[in-house]
Design a protein around this ligand. Structure first.
Ligand SMILES: [Zn+2]
Length: 266
């Protein structure tokens, strides 16, 4: 995933997975003088929640001596997430969950900053649990070609898209948490007040129940997908990346998902 001279941007939300990843990457980076590590935190503008996480992320970066960048929805998209959800609520008739909006905007924000600082890779702390849940969700939504795109190391598909890596993709969530606890690392444990992904919760419970009865299930699902992914990628190849007619960011549509959402919000 990582080359010896990579500049790595790491997304740090302040939760257990991302602070553990930050500490582990910092440890690896110290042994590679040509490598560089920068932490990025997205401030969505969620009152009473993000403020504490920001402090925790900053504190961890300071202790490790890592440069810390903060980017906010407000400065990038004109509204805080609290303001966006209020506006969307007023309009009504939205079939997307707050998490769906936030996810798209956060990914965009991370890419913008990673590109600005000229990072070679953007690391996120998605765990084995996140990955297997997402695989099931894509199947539940009938969106199987997405599985091809969301792989542990993305290819260089467009000069404006920083390559993404998921170093924890084969690490169970509980082990990431254990690392933080054993190492006595401070993290935010409070859940996001908007967390409302009903289907993801069902997938999580289903997977956890399976794993408990039949240990190794999550790895089996992850590895099965790894094997069939090349075939899915072949199918997905037809979708060419263009540039959004509104903002110029890479997209498969004429207008990117961020701009589509922004129009809905406005
Ligand atoms: Zn756009």
């Amino acid at each position: 995933m990582i080359d010896f001279d990579d500049k790595i941007a790491v997304a740090v939300s302040g939760g257990k997975d991302s602070v553990s990843l930050l500490h582990i990457l910092a440890k690896i980076e110290r042994k590679h003088p040509k490598a560089e590590l920068v932490a990025i935190t997205v401030d969505e503008g969620i009152k009473g929640y993000r403020d504490e996480a920001l402090k925790i992320a900053a504190e961890n970066c300071r202790k490790l001596g890592i440069e810390h960048r903060v980017v906010s929805f407000k400065e990038l998209f004109g509204y805080t997430f609290d303001q966006m959800t209020k506006r969307l609520k007023r309009k009504g008739g939205n079939r997307l969950t707050p998490c769906a909006y936030c996810g798209v905007l956060r990914r965009k924000a991370l890419n913008v900053v990673a590109r600005e600082i000229k990072a070679d890779k953007l690391a996120t702390a998605h765990t084995l649990d996140d990955e297997t849940q997402t695989i099931l969700l894509n199947i539940f939504h009938g969106d199987v070609l997405r599985i091809a795109k969301e792989k542990p190391v993305t290819d260089e598909v467009h000069p404006k898209l920083v390559r993404k890596i998921k170093p924890f993709c084969e690490i169970p969530e509980r082990e990431a948490a254990l690392y933080a606890m054993v190492k006595d690392i401070r993290f935010q444990s409070e859940p996001c007040p908007y967390a409302s992904e009903a289907l993801r919760n069902d997938a999580r419970m289903m997977l956890n129940r399976l794993e408990e009865k039949h240990p190794g299930m999550k790895f089996a699902i992850f590895n099965s997908i790894k094997r069939i992914r090349p075939a899915l990628e072949e199918m997905a190849k037809k979708e060419e990346l263009k540039e959004c007619s509104e903002c110029g960011e890479p997209t498969t549509d004429n207008i990117c998902r961020t701009c589509q959402m922004r129009k809905q919000i406005e």
